[in-house]
Design a protein around this ligand. Structure first.
Ligand code: SF4
Length: 168
């Protein structure tokens, strides 16, 4: 229900992380030119000796490959080699991104806005930015009353009072 805040996009027109293919099996990215961006270039016999891979992991292409690449200006014009960072929970981010493309997500967003509008109304129109009563019980009473008022208002819109004869 919450969109991923993605900062991987680039504003200078160069390729962003989305243009690179993630190869989970080999723990590497593949660039649009088919070259691998790897986390390690050597294998550690003792896994504790290498970088831990926790938090944010950096993947890098070979400097020599990038220097000779015809697409370097579109990929990493200001660096010797292209680097891409990947967060520890990137798989979960991708699941959220995929969900955000579905119709159900659009419906969820509309419903979320409906709920948030009610809270905005409570705060701005009914003045519940601050509570008058103290403590959780006081807050509960105030919110219950305010929600009742909101529901009555809604009901009045759905079922308007019958017009008396002679009134416009
Ligand atoms: S500059 Fe390097 S990473 Fe970028 S497309 Fe070329 S080879 Fe791949």
């Amino acid at each position: 229900h919450i969109p991923v805040i993605d900062k991987a996009g680039r504003t200078d027109g160069t390729w962003s992380r989305a243009d690179f293919e993630w190869d989970a099996r080999n723990n590497q990215y593949i660039c649009p030119e088919g070259e691998a961006l790897k986390q390690f270039r050597r294998s550690y016999s003792d896994p504790n000796r290498g970088p831990t891979g926790k938090g944010v992991v950096k993947y890098q292409a070979l400097k020599l490959t990038c220097q000779a690449c015809p697409s370097k200006s579109k990929c990493c014009p200001n660096a010797d080699a292209r680097k891409i960072t990947r967060e520890e929970h990137e798989d979960a981010h991708q699941v959220a991104r995929d969900i955000a493309k579905t119709r159900q997500y659009d419906i969820s967003m509309k419903l979320r806005k409906k709920v948030e509008m009610l809270f905005a109304h409570l705060k701005r129109i009914l003045g519940l930015g601050r509570l008058r009563l103290r403590g959780p019980c006081g807050a509960n009473d105030e919110f219950l009353l305010a929600a009742t008022a909101q529901n009555l208002r809604k009901l009045a819109k759905i079922f308007p009072a019958p017009q008396k004869p002679g009134t416009a």
